[in-house]
Structures are given as structure tokens and as C-alpha cells.
Design a protein around this ligand. Structure first.
Ligand code: B12
Ligand code: SF4
Length: 637
């Protein structure tokens, strides 16, 4: 049996870190690989041939040789997941849906997939495989109980192209004991954390070492959800690291109450956790109480954060604005907190109600869910929640303004300073051993030449283009006298500038300047005028939410078309609300390299470029669907 598993392309969101990946880390295409698919692959019968395609790092195959195509997806991927399911289904493949959103809302997939796999797959996927081999697969496999994680296999890391990601992931536990009102995790995985045994973890780490992975992310919902087991894990990891010369740098997600357990923090440090993602959500205790995030109320949150820092563990954090208790003043409170805490990677989102959560149910009863906005991305200037304490439009404006404010050069530098003041030494930070572990050779981090390359690209493509003011803030934020902290400051600049690039392009309410658009479209018309008059190419402009320019190749254009069109198209796409649709109905093989050259120039705007290639031409004109939105025509041969 041949199974193809696909992770659909993500639209850009906070965690895409697009600028960082495309500018500073050439070769890396995404932050993390799809661990769910690697786990699913390991659950298949051994005689099945399995392939994993992650459309975020490689194109999806248009004519795969597969009996079954399985497509996963978070809510944010749902539109692309639907396209992929319907394309492969129309081509005669048996299609199966699974993953995060399908686990939360299986009913959405009823018409889209031949079989819907909802929930943890360890038991039900094995059942599906057996049924499929017996030619009697069912339309729905729904895990309504929970899975013993001892029954979860070592993921098939060998099927992932790990070198194209910033790090790899593994999982120790599922579930979280808390009950935050907005959370879908406890709806999907329950409030009783379940864990793998330590031998399983050891096997997974051995596998990752085999693939030369140094940076590993425990994707647990809350690594310390089961405190006694978390202690055992950390002790185990500490010993593992000692035995393997501190091979790994770890990161994870955990709750802020980790700061209440100094023995635990010491273990985090000893096991070489360099960062932890924490849901801080709000500096306002009333908002935290409202959303039942009571685990953040043990003490002053800055004190907790600084204690975590003091163990050499950096903090990435999530923040939410839009609780009923929040007003427009909340934006100022959040700004002050994030700045004082020195949190560079601050994922700030507007309160969003995910289906099936207690928040969703409450707001539905109160008639406060807006049908206009979908709830899949928490980091966009919009939400499906009708706020109570402030007008919607003012909230959106303040949200955009908060990001802009936090991402000014001065602010990035200030946060670095505020953090470094409290950041203790890690066992290994940036290749420098702390006193306790002197003498043990560090094997993590970048080789000196690689590190220099990163710094060089940051300075050339990130710092210098910001002019003298950015250069000044950069220089004053680097603790040159503390070499072990220099890399932390450099990473924070990379993160800050990447978020800034994201916010500038994605978090904007800037109206389209019609005259600028007209200029670039007129320039395009005159550059390709001959092809237009000969009817080889048609051009039209449509206004909906933004502006879409549609170009259709009806005949083969002049070979100079592509070179001439590229500069005006680039100018047009500079506007964040502008998009381009290319429809290729006719094409000459001789023009492929010119088309590719034009697309290479436009790749930066790839997520706003849709390309539709007539099916007869799809092998002649290959389009990289990991860069552009490749429109998939769902036709049968
Ligand atoms: C790791 C992680 C990430 C990583 C890696 C993402 C990736 N490439 O997979 C990063 C940090 C990049 C990330 C980013 C985002 N994430 Co995220 N992420 C997670 C996290 C913590 C763990 C996912 C994981 O790997 N689990 C381990 C595997 C083994 O379990 P699993 O995925 O559940 O898979 C099981 C089953 O679902 C099933 N299965 C999985 N796939 C398939 C496919 C088929 C065909 C079948 C049959 C079965 C099946 O089998 C597996 C074994 O049981 C989850 C929380 C969670 N617990 O799910 C959030 C989560 C998935 N993320 C979420 C969100 C919102 C995002 C972002 C949009 C956030 C943002 N605003 O930027 C971005 C989008 C991605 C991007 N821009 O890159 C939401 C999704 C909400 C939803 N229900 O749709 C979650 C649930 C967190 C939350 N509650 O807020 N994320
Ligand atoms: S702490 Fe995090 S995972 Fe746990 S219930 Fe709250 S939001 Fe969900």
C-alpha cells in the first residue's frame, strides 16, 4: 500500500518567521517539521510505503503514485487542506483528513474526505489501516477516549527533511491540568496530562542525534502539567545530556508556575533548556481571573519571569488582548509589561474564540461571535469576538499600533537590555560552558564560521538598511564585554526584525493608494502592450477586500514579456493588500526559463500570488507550491 501524507502550506502567521528564514538562515524553510505526520507514518503497517511531503518546504506532487493521500491541518491551514483533499480525491486517490482542526471540528470534513480521522490517531489509525486493507474503511474514525502515550511509536524522523527546519520536535506529554476559558487543548487532549516513558524519550533523542539534530522542541502543551513526571523527565534529560556532551539545546512550552519550583528550574538549566514558551496572556490580574488562568496569579509575574531567566532559560511568551475586563488602556499595560520583562518573541493576539471551547460557548450564548471573521489565526488584525470593553475598530487600530511600537529599533534594544540584566548562565549558552561544566566540550550551536555568516547577513540585510539609528541601537544593545550573551542579543535582533517585517506587511490597515497602483498597472500595460493588443495576454484588475491583478496567458507571449513585466509587478505587489493571479492557458517550452526568472523575482510576495496552470501544461510549467499558491484544478483524467 502506498500512502502519501501532506502538511498543507501555511498562510503567513506570527510563527512563520519568514524574514528570518529567507534572509538570515538560507537553507531553512520552516521552523518545525510536522510531527503528527511522522507519528502517523510510524503507526502504519510495516509493509506500507509512506512518503511525507511538507508543502512549507517543498512542492506538493501533482501526480503522485499513492493509493491513499492523507492531509493534516490546523484551522489556519483549512482552506489549503480543502484544496488538496478535493484535488487528490478528484484524481481518484482515497483521501483521509486528520490533524488539529479535524480533531476539533470533524463535522467540517464530512463532505471533503473519504475517511475522517478525528483525535489522537494511535489506536484509530491502526484500525483504519486494517479496514482499508480489508477494503472496508469507514467514513469516520473518532477517538473519544484518550491514548496511553506508551502506545505512541517513535516518529518516523527519517521521512522528514530535517535539515530544512530550524529545529526538530518531539513530544513527552499531552494534556494540561488547567482550564483557561479560551483553550482548545484541553478540549482535544483533556486535563489529565499523560506522558511517555523515559525509554521512549531516550529512543527518540537517539534517533534525532542520528540525524544530527541539535535543537529539539518538546511540543508538549505544558511540559510541567504532571509535576512529578516532569521532574523525572528533566532529571533523565540532564543525565542524557551529560552522557552525550550536551548535544541538544531544548525548548518547550510550560506554565508560569514553573517559577514556583526552584528545583525544577535548576533541572531545566541542567538539561540545557535554552527557552520556554509561556502563556502569560495579560499583566492584569482581573483579566487572568476572568479567563481562569489562575496559575499566573501566584506572585507578581515579573518576579516569576526573572527567576526563570536567572536559571539561564529565555522566555518566549503569548499575550492576549480583548478579555471582557480589557479596555483600550490594556494596550499600554501590555506594552509596559512586555518591555520591562524584556520578552522579544512576544506573540500578541486578539482574544479569539475557537469552536468547542468554553469561551466560544459562552460568547455564542451572549450573541458576541462575529460570523465575518474566522477563528483560525490569533495573530491577525481581526477576531470573531465582539469585545465588551472597547469599540472593535479602535481595538484593531490599537493592536496594530502596539506591534509597531514594540518593534521600533529602540524598543528591540531596550528589551534586550531588560532581559540580559536578569538572564543567568545556562549550562551551555552559545557554545560557552558555565563554570560547573567547564572542561566538557560544547557540541551545540553554530560552528564559528556559520555564526559569522549569520552575523554578517544580519548586519548587511537587517541592521545597515535601518540607517544610523538602528546601527546605534544595535551596537549599544550588544553586551560586548559578556561574550556568552552576545549571541542572545544577536538572536533577539533577528527575532525582532523578523517580527517587524511580519507586522509591517501583515498587520496593517493602510488603505490602498489608488494612484500608486494605477501607476504600476499603467507601467505594466505599456511594457507588455504588444502582447495585450495581439490578445496573447489579458489583464484585469479586481477590487474586493484588496486589489487583485489577473494576468492570463492565452497564447505564448513575446520572450521579452517576462523581463519587462517583472519590475511593474514587483512595484504593484509592494502594497500589502495587492495580490496577483496568473493563469497559464498556453505556453511555449522555450519560455520556461524566462518565466522562472520572473517568478524568482516575485517569490518574496509568493503568498499573494496565485498561479493556475492549465492541466495539459502542468508538467511543462512546474510551479513550486511551497512558494506560490498553486491553484489545484480538481479534474479527473
Ligand atoms: C508544535 C506546534 C507548532 C509548531 C510546529 C507546527 C508544525 N509544523 O506542525 C509551530 C511553533 C511552528 C506552530 C505554529 C503555529 N501554530 Co501550532 N502548535 C504546535 C503544538 C504545540 C503541537 C503540535 C504537535 O506537533 N503535536 C504532536 C503530534 C504528535 O500530535 P498532533 O499534531 O496532534 O497529531 C496527532 C493527531 O492529530 C493525528 N494526526 C496528525 N496529522 C494527521 C494527519 C492525518 C491524515 C491523520 C489521519 C491523522 C493525523 O496523529 C497524531 C498522533 O496522534 C500544537 C498544540 C497541540 N497539542 O496540538 C499547536 C497548535 C496546533 N498550533 C496552533 C496554532 C494556532 C498555530 C499558529 C497559527 C500560531 C500563530 N498564530 O502563528 C502557527 C501556524 C503555523 C506556522 N505559521 O508555522 C493551534 C491550532 C488550533 C487548531 N485547532 O487548529 C494549536 C492546537 C495550539 C493552540 N491551541 O493554540 N505550532
Ligand atoms: S495553560 Fe495553556 S494548555 Fe493549559 S489550559 Fe491554559 S491555555 Fe490551555
Amino acid at each position: 500500500m502506498r500512502l502519501l501524507l501532506i502538511n498543507p502550506r501555511f498562510p503567513e502567521s506570527f510563527w512563520s518567521y519568514r524574514w528570518m528564514l529567507s534572509t538570515i538562515m538560507p537553507g531553512q524553510r520552516a521552523i518545525n517539521p510536522p510531527l503528527g505526520l511522522a507519528t502517523l507514518a510510524a503507526l502504519c503497517p510495516p509493509h506500507w510505503e509512506v512518503e511525507i511531503v511538507d508543502e512549507n518546504i517543498e512542492p506538493t506532487p501533482l501526480f503522485p503514485e499513492a493509493d491513499i493521500v492523507g492531509v493534516c491541518g490546523m484551522g489556519i491551514q483549512f482552506p489549503r487542506q480543502k484544496e488538496l483533499l478535493s484535488y487528490y480525491r478528484a484524481r481518484g486517490h482515497y483521501v483521509v483528513s486528520g490533524g488539529s482542526y479535524g480533531s476539533l471540528c470533524p463535522e467540517q470534513y464530512k463532505e471533503l474526505a473519504d475517511s475522517v480521522v478525528a483525535g489522537e490517531a494511535e489506536y484509530i489509525w491502526r484500525q483504519f489501516c486494517a479496514d482499508f486493507e480489508q477494503r472496508s474503511p469507514k467514513p469516520l474514525y473518532h477517538e473519544t477516549g484518550t491514548v496511553e502515550l506508551a502506545d505512541s511509536p517513535t516518529p518516523r524522523f527519517d521521512l522528514l527533511k530535517l535539515e530544512r527546519y530550524s529545529g526538530a520536535s518531539l513530544q513527552f506529554s499531552r494534556g494540561c491540568p488547567f482550564r483557561c476559558e479560551f483553550c482548545d487543548i484541553i478540549v482535544m487532549f483533556g486535563r489529565k496530562p499523560r506522558v511517555k516513558n523515559l525509554e521512549q524519550v531516550g529512543r527518540e533523542l537517539d534517533e534525532l542525534r542520528r540525524f544530527n539534530v541539535r535543537s529539539a522542541f518538546f511540543v508538549d502543551d505544558n511540559l510541567i502539567g504532571n509535576l512529578p513526571m516532569a521532574r523525572k523527565l528533566l532529571q533523565y534529560l540532564k543525565e542524557y545530556q551529560e552522557k552525550h556532551n550536551y548535544w541538544f539545546s531544548f525548548g518547550t512550552e510550560a506554565t508560569l508556575n514553573m517559577a514556583q519550583h526552584e528545583d525544577l528550574l535548576e533541572l531545566f538549566r541542567a538539561a540545557n533548556f535554552s527557552w520556554v514558551f509561556i502563556g502569560i496572556e495579560s499583566p492584569d490580574p482581573a483579566s487572568l481571573k476572568e479567563t481562569l488562568k489562575t496559575q499566573n496569579l501566584h506572585e507578581d509575574m515579573l518576579t516569576s519571569l526573572r527567576r526563570i531567566y536567572s536559571y539561564g532559560v529565555d522566555v518566549l511568551a503569548g499575550f492576549i488582548i480583548g478579555f471582557d475586563n480589557d479596555t483600550l488602556d490594556t494596550f499600554e499595560h501590555q506594552y509596559r509589561f512586555i518591555t520591562e520583562a524584556g520578552i522579544q518573541s512576544a506573540m500578541i493576539g486578539l482574544l479569539t474564540a475557537l469552536p468547542k471551547t468554553p469561551l466560544y460557548e459562552r460568547l455564542e450564548k451572549e450573541g458576541r461571535l462575529s460570523a465575518l471573521e474566522h477563528a483560525s489565526d490569533n495573530t491577525r488584525p481581526g477576531t470573531n469576538v465582539v469585545p465588551k470593553g472597547m469599540p472593535y475598530d479602535a481595538m484593531i487600530e490599537s493592536y496594530i499600533a502596539l506591534y509597531r511600537r514594540l518593534l521600533a529599533d529602540r524598543e528591540i534594544a531596550l528589551r534586550i537590555k531588560n532581559k540580559l540584566r536578569h538572564l543567568g548562565s545556562a549550562v551551555y549558552r552559545d557554545g560557552h560552558a558555565s563554570r560547573e561544566s567547564q572542561g566538557v566540550r560544547s557540541r551545540r550551536g553554530y560552528a564559528p564560521l556559520e555564526g559569522l555568516g549569520i552575523l554578517w547577513r544580519l548586519v548587511r540585510k537587517g541592521i545597515l538598511p535601518g540607517g544610523p539609528s538602528r546601527v546605534w541601537h544595535f551596537l549599544r544593545s550588544i553586551p560586548w564585554w559578556m561574550p556568552s550573551r552576545v549571541n542572545t542579543a544577536i538572536s533577539d535582533w533577528i527575532v525582532g526584525l523578523s517580527m517587524r517585517d511580519f507586522a509591517q506587511r501583515r498587520l496593517t490597515s493602510e488603505p490602498i493608494d489608488a494612484s500608486v497602483v494605477k501607476l504600476s498597472v499603467d507601467a505594466l500595460r505599456s511594457a507588455i502592450g504588444d502582447d495585450l493588443t495581439r490578445g496573447k495576454v489579458t489583464l484585469s484588475l479586481h477590487q474586493s477586500g484588496g486589489l487583485d491583478l489577473a494576468i492570463c496567458f492565452k497564447g505564448s507571449p513575446d520572450h521579452r514579456f517576462f523581463k519587462r513585466a517583472a519590475p511593474s509587478l514587483e512595484r504593484f505587489l509592494k502594497h500589502p493588500h495587492a495580490s496577483l493571479t496568473l493563469r497559464i492557458e498556453a505556453f511555449k517550452a522555450a519560455h520556461i526559463s524566462q518565466l522562472q526568472e520572473m517568478l524568482r523575482k516575485l517569490a518574496h510576495y509568493g503568498d499573494r500570488i496565485s498561479i493556475e496552470v492549465d492541466e495539459r501544461l502542468s508538467t511543462l510549467v512546474p510551479i513550486d507550491s511551497s512558494v506560490f499558491h498553486l491553484v489545484l484544478a480538481g479534474r479527473r483524467d
